[in-house]
Design a protein around this ligand. Structure first.
Ligand code: NAD
Length: 353
């Protein structure tokens, strides 16, 4: 893509939006889901580590690195539930993909929109293996930034066409319903979480609160449902009552990270968790009965971001939707870094004292 060694392709928020809209949001999610699934299937190949989290009173800042031996990727991401009160996002992110062979970055991209897309695509990929066959209705509790992406991913990958929305802020549900109006769902806005889950075959919880909340209690969850628990993704931040976990078959991304960050932090360290990659590769069973409660305890894992960056990189040549960033020093003689600095002097204007 770029012959000049100093240039790194950069996908801005504006270009990411153009990319998603050019490809089409449903097609983007379906194609991204295929990359995510492909990387889960070659799970054993990846360098895996729990994300490196820096916790503070109001939130968390995390680095999420991984490598498949050819490419290295990381995401910088925050989670600050109070942010929306002063006009900021709860979650923002950017990420890098680099060449393992020479260490040079190959892509720098916004990942706030991309995280919402990859989280939704991962949830839908998991549900393909775990949700009741032919499930068409989903409750979404928490109707913030992630919610519409979740709805569209479940429509695109599973054919979900009926939504039951609930948020403690009714305006959030109204906005979500409005944003989804042209996507062909039957949508009902509900007055409580209890009402939202009635009759839903899939329950998505995607609320933001930096505490152990109880969005779902045990009596609200009937047999046979699939729970897609997305919002509990930090130590001390959960959404489900522990009794639900004790009745469910629990599926996770990377157990060492989920046991600290997910709903599973409420369980003993030896409670059985099934790894999603094993279900996808036939090494473990997914849903085995119509009465089983399946729970995807989603926290978000580095390989999903790696897959997302890989997918975006593969779309750039064709679409040209990137800028060229002068990110890397490239002296004529690699060891003459200082000489390059001196030669630049003639281009620098005099800055008055
Ligand atoms: P957001 O702040 O935009 O939206 C959260 C919504 O939840 C808000 O509308 C809020 O009113 C609602 N809410 C809070 N408490 C509630 C309750 N008790 N009942 C019903 N609704 C409630 O946040 P977002 O960007 O949509 O993210 C939601 C959560 O998902 C965050 O906790 C975030 O950290 C998490 N997340 C997880 C992953 C993952 O991979 N698992 C990825 C991205 C985000």
């Amino acid at each position: 893509m770029n012959a000049k060694l100093n240039i790194v392709p950069f996908v801005s928020v504006e270009n990411m939006m153009k990319l998603v809209l050019t490809i089409g949001i449903e097609r983007f999610i379906v194609e991204l889901a295929a990359y995510i699934e492909e990387d889960f299937r070659r799970w054993e190949l990846f360098d895996k580590t729990s994300r490196i989290a820096s916790h503070s009173t109001d939130g968390v800042i995390e680095l999420m690195p991984t490598s498949d031996g050819q490419l290295y990727g990381f995401k910088y991401v925050n989670g600050h539930p109070k942010n929306t009160r002063d006009g900021r996002q709860t979650v923002t992110a950017f990420g890098v993909l680099a060449d393992v062979g020479n260490g040079y970055p190959k892509l720098l991209s916004e990942m706030t929109i991309l995280t919402a897309l990859r989280t939704a695509a991962t949830s839908a990929v998991a549900a393909k293996y775990l949700a009741p066959v032919n499930a068409k209705s989903m409750a979404i509790i928490g109707n913030g930034a992630q919610s519409e992406f979740q709805a569209i991913a479940f429509k695109a990958l599973l054919g979900v066409n009926s939504l039951r929305l609930y948020d403690i802020d009714p305006d959030a549900s109204i906005r979500c319903a409005k944003n989804l109006a042209k996507f062909g769902f039957a949508i009902e806005i509900c007055g409580s979480a209890q009402e939202a889950v009635e009759g839903a075959e899939i329950i998505t919880t995607v609320t933001a609160d930096k505490r152990s909340a109880t969005i779902l209690t045990d009596n609200m969850v009937g047999s046979g449902v699939h729970i897609n628990a997305v919002g509990g993704d930090c130590p001390g931040k959960t959404e489900l009552h522990k009794d639900i976990l004790l009745r469910s078959s629990i599926f996770v991304e990377y157990p060492p990270q989920t046991r600290i960050e997910g709903e599973s932090q409420q369980l003993s360290a030896d409670h059985p968790l099934v790894e999603l990659w094993q279900v996808m590769t036939g090494k473990a069973e997914g849903r085995t009965s119509a009465k089983q409660i399946t729970l995807f305890d989603s926290v978000g894992f580095a390989t999903e971001d790696f897959s997302a960056l890989r997918y975006v990189r593969d779309q750039l040549q064709r679409t040209g939707l990137y800028d060229e960033l002068d990110l890397l020093a490239d002296p004529d003689e690699p060891r003459d870094l200082f000489g390059m600095l001196l030669r630049a002097e003639k281009n620098v204007g005099i800055i008055p004292n």
